[in-house]
Design a protein around this ligand. Structure first.
Ligand code: SAM
Length: 281
């Protein structure tokens, strides 16, 4: 019998986010939005906030850059913007669903490495390697080794992503490499820091929106689902509660306890835009 391939839950989450985002907000971005002072934190402004975020990345690219490796390109939104600005772009994308979306958007103008970054093999060299909210998914030392390999001398590594702070306590928000560990790792590689901007304040408002959506939409639907099963299939309901007790408690804590909010994001995460230059010849 054929073995059923286990699908990674993070990839399912990202693929669902793109289906949702495309339908409701007409966006192909999978990153947080950037909310400057004055932009009202409202779901109707999410597309503007996401465009701001991409704009911030584009504005941080040094002028001499021509070729880009977009690692974890999502549905291809940043890659297509880069192409429109005249850069030559290749993409790394381990998710077949997202790769298909990205290929449609970039119209055959990129080479795709359809694997994790850790597994990419190529002799090509780039002026810049960009990680737009994808760095957290990649093994830290491997990310460094691969980036050193794929950059031309004097090339750049741009990371726009969040990291874990050393705040005490248990966070309901997952994701991100440990920031201190990142700093102590990057110094072991031939990189010189050019820029390190803390954009936690401007990205945290996304969590306020997610928290609101979970409260107003997610929680009522989740409860209705349980009420429905209880009323129609009381026996099955009992088994479900018994069999998935821990999982259900975990979901309730993670998504519906109100702990996924902007304050906790700002406490447990540090969202940074970092630019490093490769120093070795
Ligand atoms: C949050 S999305 C960001 C997508 C896109 N860069 C953006 O800003 O909209 C994370 C991306 O990282 C990719 N990813 C996850 N694990 C990866 C890995 N080990 N190597 C390369 N990319 C990875 C996912 O497939 C996805 O495209």
């Amino acid at each position: 019998m054929n073995k059923i391939k286990k699908i990674d839950s993070k990839e399912v989450g990202l693929a669902s986010a793109i289906i949702f985002g495309k339908y409701f907000f007409k966006t192909n971005d999978l990153h947080y939005g950037y909310w400057p002072d004055g932009l009202k934190v409202d779901i109707s402004n999410i597309t503007i906030a996401q465009e701001n975020h991409s704009g911030l990345i584009l504005s941080a690219i040094p002028p001499e850059v021509k070729s880009v490796l977009d690692v974890g390109c999502g549905a291809g939104s940043l890659a297509s913007r880069l192409i429109a600005k005249g850069y030559s772009v290749d993409c790394v994308s381990p998710s077949s669903i997202l790769t298909n979306e990205a290929k449609k958007l970039v119209d055959n103008k990129c080479e795709f490495f359809e694997s994790t970054y850790e597994q990419v093999e190529t002799d090509k060299k780039y002026d810049i390697v960009i990680f737009s909210e994808s760095f957290q998914y990649i093994h830290l030392a491997n990310a460094m080794q691969q980036t050193v390999k794929f950059l031309k001398p004097g090339g750049y590594m741009l990371i726009c992503d969040f990291f874990k702070t050393d705040a005490v306590g248990e966070s309901a928000l997952g994701g991100g490499h440990d920031l201190k560990e990142f700093y102590s790792t990057v110094v072991k590689y031939p990189f010189q820091l050019q820029k390190d901007t803390d954009i936690t304040k401007q990205t945290a408002p996304n969590l306020a929106l997610i928290d609101d959506m979970l409260k107003q939409v997610g929680h009522p639907i989740w409860n209705m689902l349980f009420d429905f099963i209880h009323s129609r299939h009381p026996f099955l309901y009992g088994i479900l509660l018994w069999k998935f007790k821990k999982k259900i408690a975990k979901i309730n804590k993670k998504y519906f306890s109100g702990e996924r909010n902007a304050d906790n994001f700002a406490r447990f995460k540090s969202y940074r835009l970092m630019l490093y230059k490769k120093t070795l010849q």
